[in-house]
Design a protein around this ligand. Sequence first.
Ligand SMILES: [Zn+2]
Length: 364
Amino acid sequence: MVPVAAQDRTIELLRQLADAPGPPGFEEPIRKVMVDQMKPYASAITFDGMGSIIATQGSQGPRIMVDAHMDELGGVVRRVTPRGLLTMQMLGGWLDQALVDQRWIIVGSKGPVHAVTGIRDVHVVPPEERTRVYSRDSLFLDVGAKDEAEVTAMGIGPGDPVVPDAPFTVLNGTDNYLAKGWDDRVGCGVVIEAMRRLATLPHPNQIVWTITTQEEIGLRGAHTAADVVKPELAIAIEGGITGDVFPGHPEETQVRLGAGPGIFLYDSSALPNRKLTALVKAAAAEKQVPLQLDVVQGYGDDSAELQKSNGGVPTVNLVVPIRYTHSHNGIMNRRDFDQMVDVLVALLQKLDAATVARVRDFTP
Ligand SMILES: [Zn+2]
């Protein structure tokens, strides 16, 4: 049982992480939240040249990189029309159907500006268009301005970041939490909680906690951060994909919300190291945590960049399952989260010099 005080602390942490804006390339607000949270547990915090956070815990043993990304799905203002409407360049993998009739926040020079992607009114839509999805290029952000000058006066213009406006909510007293950006703020939360525990627990290695930028537009921050960290072994912590609501094909994913953390055995960007996946399974068994095995096509994550760095690095991608990723409203489960932290801490405590050498040994 997790004590009530710890539960409240974690809820507040997850609320802060989820609500902070931070689309790719504009990670300033979430970076500040993360640095403030990591500082008490890190012996040093530095940044790479693209803004990723690199925080070290421990000074001896193999260099283990633990990665989560801080950017979220979003967009940038593309253009302001003379009538005071704005068009938007999306950042990250959005479905067009997720964009219509949503509230957004534009991070402007004078503070946040509320916006809505309006919907074409049903009273004028011809019957044959009523089931159609409107493309992203036909949408406008409406900030309530009457013309371009009024938009400018709000302190916003082309290039300004846009994020979903979807505040954190505990869903009806359950242990399921609704918010934007669980991909990958849930991973950021796992990092903070694991750092907190490992500040007082022994671990036979140097852990380099790395919170990357610009994952959603091509794993860019992970590439440059790995150049700096030069890991011997790396672990990515991500939001996973559930298949427990919509009747898709069972081969898409079989992961369920609330059924335990997950390990990726395949995705289209990376294959994990098999000796490392065996260690993860052993750590989960030790902690009596059910581990969901996942194989998802059409999914990429930072481990793909990490494994190609430093002459080749054993990696694995561990996930907290999320319903409805890449949208305004995703759901995570608190027990999945706590169990992910349990498994990660147990795994890190196993990674001593001899074990890392064994994982990295390819002698036939
Ligand atoms: Zn992600």
